[in-house]
Design a binder for this molecule. Structure first.
Ligand SMILES: Cc1cc2nc3c(=O)[nH]c(=O)nc-3n(C[C@H](O)[C@H](O)[C@H](O)COP(=O)(O)OP(=O)(O)OC[C@H]3O[C@@H](n4cnc5c(N)ncnc54)[C@H](O)[C@@H]3O)c2cc1C
Ligand code: FES
Length: 277
């Protein structure tokens, strides 16, 4: 935690607004105080006079002077975030929750599977992995979007990150539900990218983030392929208010998403009937 008072937001200036697609924007913030987090953790972003909502930073955790949030427009706060312009100020409080356990990923082959705005925490994780790439065996990043224009992080996914492939033992599989003429990758939902993975499945870890239905079917596919329940990491979302285990709004069964998550292994939540709600 950055602050002694966990409810006190840090002021942060909007440095840049990136329109990823018609409903998703990335805001690049410059906090007035250092804001540290680990990949997978989340923070509340406050828009004065409107309210606050939880988001996972999508930037590299090692980049201390700026933090990115990638936000899909769904309601009151996210619409206010979409109205922000360069020079505006917001508040950030956090970080909260359990991050991806990078120590446990060391020496392993890592599969990242993301869909839609679920790519946000995976982008942060991907940067963290690439910055210490010698610690990991190989990384395969499988991404899905509805159409080519819906893709987030186009400059990175189709540009900068492709050049890492030969040197960083990383590969990408990109798919869209519906392709257009220029699309040169796969067509189909993201599970279609999960065939013929030449990893040692018994030790590989898979990290999945996306809409609930995507996470459910991706998990079922991974289990069919032999992934161990304890090696499948899921980023869960629930409505949140306090972020620190007081209000009980974020419960999945007996587990608090804000405190025990948002990163859970499948083995931790598999018996909760509302896990995919
Ligand atoms: C740990 C965590 C990390 C998140 N990271 C991101 C992120 O990186 N990018 C991003 O775009 N969104 C993220 N979300 C979801 C984001 O918090 C919600 O979209 C946001 O709270 C909606 O606020 P609103 O005021 O705009 O919508 P509201 O006006 O409150 O609601 C609009 C609709 O969204 C639904 N909704 C509200 N909150 C949530 C929620 N937490 N999960 C699912 N549905 C919700 C409501 O039921 C309603 O149908 C995250 C949520 C959590 C819990
Ligand atoms: S958000 Fe209040 S208990 Fe989790």
């Amino acid at each position: 935690m950055n602050q002694s008072n966990i409810y006190r937001p840090i002021r942060a200036k909007v440095e840049k607004v990136i329109e990823e697609n018609p409903t998703i924007r990335t805001i690049v913030l410059k906090p007035e105080e250092e804001f540290s987090f680990q990949a997978g953790q989340f923070a509340f972003v406050t828009v004065a006079g409107v309210g606050e909502a939880p988001f996972t930073p999508s930037s590299s955790p090692s980049r201390k002077e700026r933090v990115d949030f990638t936000v899909m427009k769904t309601g009151v706060v996210t619409e206010a975030i979409h109205r922000l312009q360069e020079g505006d100020t917001v508040g950030i409080r956090g970080p909260y929750g359990r991050p991806y356990p990078l120590k446990k990923f060391e020496g392993r082959e890592i599969l990242l599977v993301g869909g839609g705005v679920g790519l946000a925490p995976l982008r942060s994780l991907f940067y963290a992995l690439m910055e210490n790439v010698s610690r990991y065996q190989r990384v395969l990043f499988c991404c899905g979007a509805k159409t080519p224009r819906d893709y987030l992080y186009k400059d990175e996914l189709f540009g900068q990150w492709q050049s890492l492939c030969p040197t960083h033992r990383v590969d990408f599989r990109l798919t869209v539900d519906k392709k257009d003429e220029g699309w040169q990758h796969q067509e189909g939902v993201v599970t279609c990218t999960l065939t013929n993975i030449d990893f040692d499945i018994s030790t590989s870890v898979a990290v999945v983030c996306g809409p609930p239905v995507m996470m459910k079917f991706t998990t079922l596919t991974l289990l069919e392929q032999g992934y161990r329940e304890e090696n499948i990491y899921l980023s869960m979302e629930r409505k949140m208010y306090c972020g620190v285990g007081h209000c009980r709004h974020c419960l999945i069964g007996s587990r608090f998403v804000c405190k025990d998550g948002p990163v859970f292994t499948y083995s931790e939540i598999k018996n909760e009937p509302d896990a995919w709600a």
